[in-house]
Design a protein around this ligand. Structure first.
Ligand code: TRP
Length: 474
């Protein structure tokens, strides 16, 4: 238990503050659980964030659910911990007050990961002999853990495998959801390695107002979109938790090993669970951890327990894998390596990531060319000026302009992107013209995805999702 001896008189008010933050966190969770309106949730999240900032200013420590304040050393008001614009990132909430989006350098410091710098990108290029993917060139995958170890293994002809996943919360996937899969496909191609994809239908059943039946159906529908990204059927195993756990003793044994080595206090600290969360949620992180260990897939890796794993994911998933890396050596396994991406911004701006429940916040994989055009023209937040005259005179701001941000994700041509940045910043290129380029980039991309998805048959889905040996000998 925490002890509050350091500051007899201030402990009660700090403890009160701690409790206010906990209660507000609880409120946000319950608003989300009952699907309250976005406005109501946003307001509650804002209050939560400001309480967290107050807490940090007062204690000099990040608020950690389940760990009341221990050591009170208030930081000076101009200290690094006292900034008013602290971002908040966990697997369920991404919030920042900055229109440029989350401060990812700060996140690297807070999470204790490493930056993907020029040197690492050059090494990837040297080792693979391939031009680094635009997501690497443009800092979209920006952070990592132990990537050099993976490259060492690859150079020494030691095998590794890829693991990524998706929580099937609805049928509708949007372009942002494709980011990890597009990148994972590239990694699979350049390194020629096995890939496992976890569909956490169990997670979505536990967190959302969904029946088991619906969650399973969404898993299958999402699997089709994932397959449409072009994964090699001979090198890829896709599984739904609700299905695979019941038929894989190897997998379940690893879940239980993780469960034995992580305490309730630890998951409270990492994920903000409270005493009133159901036990399914509390134990779920063990299920997302298990695919990081090759022993969870004996059909692919036989009895090999030491094949290293590399996980490409959005940075909000890192809490799961911090936990995984912490337990791995204690249960005799290697720590998985990670590559983290930034979030894909909502059309309305980079303060938050896109939400599948708000149709106007995203471009969906099912949108028609016309819908894409209308959404971008109507909703994409512009960093341009209010009038053409002003825009020509002062130029636009690419740092907050969502159409420009989307182009950094999807326009392959580096030179063209740079030209547009310069022209937009100088005022030569207008917002409408920039939007037109984005519309013309996304329309064919989405149409091609829809074509490929149409060709994905139920038989193919079944094959991808059947536990089997892949095209690698272990
Ligand atoms: N929890 C993730 C989500 O809600 C899904 C997931 C499971 C995942 N395992 C993963 C994502 C591994 C990235 C990497 O979307």
């Amino acid at each position: 238990m925490a002890d509050f001896q350091n500051c007899g008189s201030c402990s009660s008010s700090l403890l009160e503050l701690f409790e206010r933050v906990s209660a507000q966190g609880e409120k946000v969770r319950s608003l989300k659980a009952v699907k309250a309106s976005t406005d109501e949730i946003d307001a509650a999240v804002k209050l939560l964030l400001s309480l967290k900032v107050t807490y940090k200013t007062a204690t000099g420590q990040d608020y950690k659910a389940g760990s009341p304040p221990v050591d009170f050393s208030p930081v000076s008001s101009n200290g690094p911990a006292a900034t008013q614009d602290e971002d908040f990132v966990d697997p369920w909430t991404v919030q920042t007050s900055n229109a440029k989006g989350v401060d990812y350098d700060k996140l690297i410091d807070r999470f204790g990961s490493s930056k993907i710098d020029k040197e690492l990108i050059n090494r990837i290029e040297r080792v693979t002999g391939q031009t680094p993917h635009r997501f690497l060139r443009r800092g979209i995958f920006f952070s990592h853990r132990d990537m050099n170890q993976i490259l060492d293994a690859y150079e020494n002809k030691k095998p590794f495998y890829l693991y990524t996943g998706r929580g099937p919360s609805s049928e509708a996937m949007h372009v942002g959801h494709l980011i990890p899969f597009i990148f994972t496909k590239w990694l699979q191609e350049v390194f020629n390695v096995p890939l496992v994809i976890q569909l956490t239908d169990d997670e979505k059943y536990l967190w959302k107002d969904l029946t088991i039946q619906k969650a399973s159906e969404y898993a299958i529908e999402n699997a089709k979109d994932i397959i449409a990204c072009g994964f090699d059927i001979n090198k890829t195993f896709i599984f739904s938790d609700l299905d695979y756990l019941g038929m894989s003793p190897g997998f379940y044994k690893n879940v239980v090993k993780v469960q034995k080595h992580v305490t309730f206090n630890q998951v409270k600290g990492i994920f903000g669970f409270t005493d009133s969360d159901c036990i399914g949620k509390i134990s779920f992180p063990a299920i997302q951890a298990a695919p990081s260990f090759s022993a969870s897939f004996p059909q692919i890796f036989k009895d090999k327990k030491d094949i290293q794993c590399l996980i490409p994911c959005a940075i909000d998933q890192d809490p799961y894998f911090r936990m995984t890396r912490d337990v791995a050596p204690r249960i005799g396994y290697l720590k998985p390596a990670l590559l983290h991406s930034v979030f894909f911004p909502a059309l309305q701006g980079a303060q938050t990531k896109m939400s599948a429940s708000d149709p106007n916040s995203s471009i969906f994989l099912t949108d028609t060319p016309k819908q894409i055009k209308t959404k971008i023209n109507k909703h994409a937040f512009s960093g341009g000026k209010d009038t053409i005259e002003e825009h020509r005179k002062h130029g636009g701001n690419c740092e907050v302009d969502v159409s420009y941000m989307y182009l950094t994700f999807f326009l392959e041509d580096d030179d063209k992107l740079e030209q547009m940045k310069q022209a937009y910043t100088s005022g030569a290129l207008l917002t409408g013209e920039l939007k037109k380029v984005l519309i013309e980039t996304l329309q064919p991309l989405i149409a091609a995805h829809q074509q490929r998805r149409k060709q994905v048959t139920d038989e193919m889905v079944k094959q991808f999702m059947t536990p089997r040996k892949l095209a690698f000998d272990f």
